[in-house]
Design a protein around this ligand. Structure first.
Ligand code: SF4
Ligand code: SF4
Length: 572
């Protein structure tokens, strides 16, 4: 068997391909993004960036009902967006196997919360598998397709950041071709009218009973006997950490955490002296162990927030930490927009305006930080526009400050569109600024409906934002180049005064994908007065030395924004 070093994300892609997956859809989001980027390099599987996770899952349900093994991939908060079809999918079931990957982000490395999506399985009544390394990521997704088809149910595969992004050796196998897709109308299965849905719910409960018997026996859950003094129940990456800390203990390693293998847990608990659950974030396993009436150590000692590490587990169990401490304490580096980022110009233009600004999810969320302080909120994808709408509706007559929403292009297509329609339909005076950097910047430059390219590299229709916003009913749609800061600021000021819904498309390619607009700039130290006005732009290539501005030439892309705002003309 060939072997390769794969990240968990790459292993999921490999496993889906080996399992004969024919359709895969996702919206990019750390730590799940690389799954589709990797899967798109394999033959015989259609891959797409859908406009959001709900669309991705609904499309995957369609492909599954047409008989194809299908995959929908998203980060943990994406499953909230896809929750609507998720719950129906459990009732409907599958024809070709359907696997939904959720990549959770304990520790919030790149997310607005650290929700634990194992609970979605419990609530939506679908099985949940949790791999503990890349080999398992590949094996489990193949097992997930078999379970999905055997029990007529979608399966949730839950990764966490450490599993998704760390690499380990994986055995490679050939692709198993599955039967070609063929669609069959099955009204009672797929039309969730109340009369049919009631039947499907009863039927789902029976499927869960069969899955309960399966989870008690499946090798996805395994006991590793060691010293019976301590028995540890765990899943995912927590298993790796717990194994390191307690090499001699007995383990019940759960690969299938829902339906919960209650009998297996009882048997295990009956043969160990002390029972502990070691798991990240929420007490998902622990709650179910306690519901069996068993005495267990868990979140009474372990933290409920953030990632676990062997050191945290050692400390929780009263052990001395032997973890190596880095000798050099690296300075904390706050996140910053890139040198020459077009959002810098936009945020500079928004500074010192007396406005309320809803922010959204993307690199531009950093506009909330100093020196811009240009955003009031970051709630979820698309919430900038709807937040501003809500504020406008209650403050319209008592707060003269205008309401603005700043949203990225990809985020606008993801879930800003409905907010904009709501502004038009329910008539609020919200100015929506689409920070259109021609890509999905934060997750690494994925295409979207505005770029004119698909994930599989095909040319496609590039949706024109201006026409689109006009079609939504916005009459005032203006395009600005955020590198031209004064013009951008003048446009914003003009629209703030007209008191009606408007859209500003702040359009300039992400500084990391566009050609350098110019040669690096320099500060003429003779002319520079040391006023520090240029630092308000927040460009990381700009710093201050000996009471004068200084430009790091290797970082500067020569965009010229700082030169435009220098009152002394000292930047050349
Ligand atoms: S804005 Fe111009 S004059 Fe002021 S510190 Fe920067 S380079 Fe010097
Ligand atoms: S020209 Fe000025 S704003 Fe643009 S990258 Fe260079 S230092 Fe930054």
């Amino acid at each position: 068997m060939n072997r390769a070093l794969l990240t968990g994300d790459e292993a999921v892609a490999r496993g889906a391909w080996e399992a004969g997956c024919r359709f895969a859809a996702a919206y990019p989001g750390t730590p799940s993004t690389e799954i589709l980027e990797s899967l798109a390099t394999y033959p015989d599987v259609y891959c797409e960036w859908s406009v959001n996770e709900k669309v991705a899952l609904e499309a995957a349900i369609g492909a599954s009902l047409a008989g194809a093994r299908s995959l929908a991939v998203m980060k943990h908060v994406g499953l909230n967006v896809a929750a609507d079809p998720l719950f129906s999918a459990a009732y409907i079931g599958v024809r070709g196997g359907l696997v939904i990957v959720t990549a959770d982000d304990p520790g919030m490395h790149s997310s607005q919360n650290e929700q634990d999506n194992r609970f979605y399985g419990l609530m939506a009544k679908i099985p949940v598998l949790c791999p503990a390394d890349s080999q398992e990521a590949k094996d489990f997704i193949k097992a997930a397709y078999i379970i999905s088809e055997q029990f007529d149910i979608p399966v949730l595969l839950r990764l966490t950041t450490r599993i998704a992004h760390s690499a380990s050796v994986v055995g490679l196998e050939d692709r198993t071709e599955t039967a070609p897709p063929n669609y069959e109308k099955q009204l009672q299965k797929t039309v969730l009218l109340p009369a049919f849905a009631r039947l499907r719910h009863r039927e789902l409960v029976l499927r869960l009973d069969r899955l309960q018997a399966f989870t008690e026996k499946t090798p996805l859950n395994r006991i590793e006997w060691g010293n019976p003094e301590l028995g540890i129940v765990c899943d995912g990456v927590a298993y790796q950490y717990a194994r390191e800390v307690f090499p001699d203990a007995s383990f019940l390693k759960l690969g299938m955490v829902y339906p919960f293998p209650a009998e297996l847990v009882r048997q295990f608990a009956g043969r160990v002296r002390q029972l502990a659950v070691i798991e990240e974030v929420d007490p998902f396993i622990e709650l179910q162990v306690r519901a069996l009436g068993l005495t267990v150590t868990g979140k009474d000692t372990l933290p409920r927030t953030g990632e676990l590490t062997p050191a945290i587990i050692r400390a929780a169990f009263g052990q001395q930490s032997s973890e190596h401490k880095a000798e050099i304490d690296l300075p904390n580096r706050p996140p910053a927009l890139c040198p020459g980022c077009p959002h810098l110009g936009l945020f500079y233009a928004l500074q010192r305006q007396n406005i309320i600004i809803g922010g959204d999810i993307g690199c531009y969320t950093l506009g909330a930080l100093s020196p811009h302080n240009a955003l009031d909120t970051c709630i979820d994808m698309g919430a900038s526009i709807t937040f501003a709408h809500g504020v406008d509706k209650v403050l319209a007559n008592q707060d003269p400050r205008s309401r603005i929403a700043v949203i990225g292009d990809s985020t606008f297509f993801h879930s800003g569109i409905t907010g904009l329609l709501n502004v038009v339909y329910n008539q609020s005076n919200v100015i929506t600024i689409i920070a259109d950097n021609r890509t999905t910047g934060m997750t690494g430059h994925q295409d979207h409906p505005g770029t004119g390219r698909t994930l599989m590299g095909k040319e496609t229709v590039a949706i024109d934002l201006e026409q689109f916003c006009r079609a939504c009913g916005i009459n005032e749609v203006v395009r600005v180049d955020p590198y031209l800061i004064k013009e951008t600021r003048n446009t914003i000021r003009r629209l703030l005064n007209i008191k009606k819904p408007a859209v500003i498309i702040s359009q300039r390619s992400c500084a990391l994908i566009s050609a350098r607009p110019g040669a690096p700039k320099k500060v003429d130290a003779e002319t520079c007065s040391g006023c520090r006005s240029c630092l308000a732009l927040g460009c990381p290539a700009l710093s201050f030395e000996k009471e004068k501005a200084f430009i790091i030439s290797t970082a500067c892309i020569g965009c010229g924004m700082c030169a435009e705002i220098c009152p002394k003309g000292a930047i050349l």
